[in-house]
Design a protein around this ligand. Sequence first.
Ligand SMILES: C[S@@+](CC[C@H](N)C(=O)[O-])C[C@H]1O[C@@H](n2cnc3c(N)ncnc32)[C@H](O)[C@@H]1O
Length: 209
Amino acid sequence: MAQKDVGNKVPIYKLKKTDEVMKYYDEWGEENKYDKDMVDWNYTGPKETTEVFIRYNKDKEAKIYDAGCGTGLVGVELKKYGYKNFFGADLSQKLLNLVPKNLYQKLDKVDLNKPIDETDNTFDAVMCVGTFTFGHVKPPALDEFIRITKNKGLICFTINEGIHEEYGFDKKIDQLNNDNKWKEIEFFKSDYIASKDVNAWLGLYEVIK
Ligand SMILES: C[S@@+](CC[C@H](N)C(=O)[O-])C[C@H]1O[C@@H](n2cnc3c(N)ncnc32)[C@H](O)[C@@H]1O
């Protein structure tokens, strides 16, 4: 798969280390450029994942962990449908500072490649949009998402098509299916950033405990 991802100044696929990724997003947040670029590029990840999520989760009080929430675009979409109980986590404090006030119950600066500081079975759902991409968050994070999600809770995510196999997301998903850790409900190729010819797999899984 060609490394055709977009980014701010340098392409995302050139990022390797967590510190580089953090600096990259901290800079991208300056003068609200990240949000402006997402509008200009017609980035549809948050909208597409929300539209899938609301088909399967009808509880507007659902406690939702937004993993790699950035500036809160997923919360903005979910709020349009009456959801309100969001807990955001992201590596970039600069992007977290741009999340609209009072949209999320809590915002934490975290590295999702490390264990998540939340107790087991805390959330009704995890949303992870745009965060499984080059140099970002790796497949073991899915184990943590399952751990913090309740039985029958939902995990909804995108995986940039360029890393799905290269980073072993395909194998990780097969393993979680085979081990009955979750059940596949949706898995398909979504538009994501179609304007830049970059697509992503969109998955929605029900946790089994
Ligand atoms: C493409 S943005 C997506 C943000 C938001 N979910 C959206 O859809 O607009 C990727 C996000 O992943 C975050 N990120 C990258 N590596 C991370 C890590 N190791 N731990 C937590 N967040 C990370 C970045 O800071 C950035 O906000």
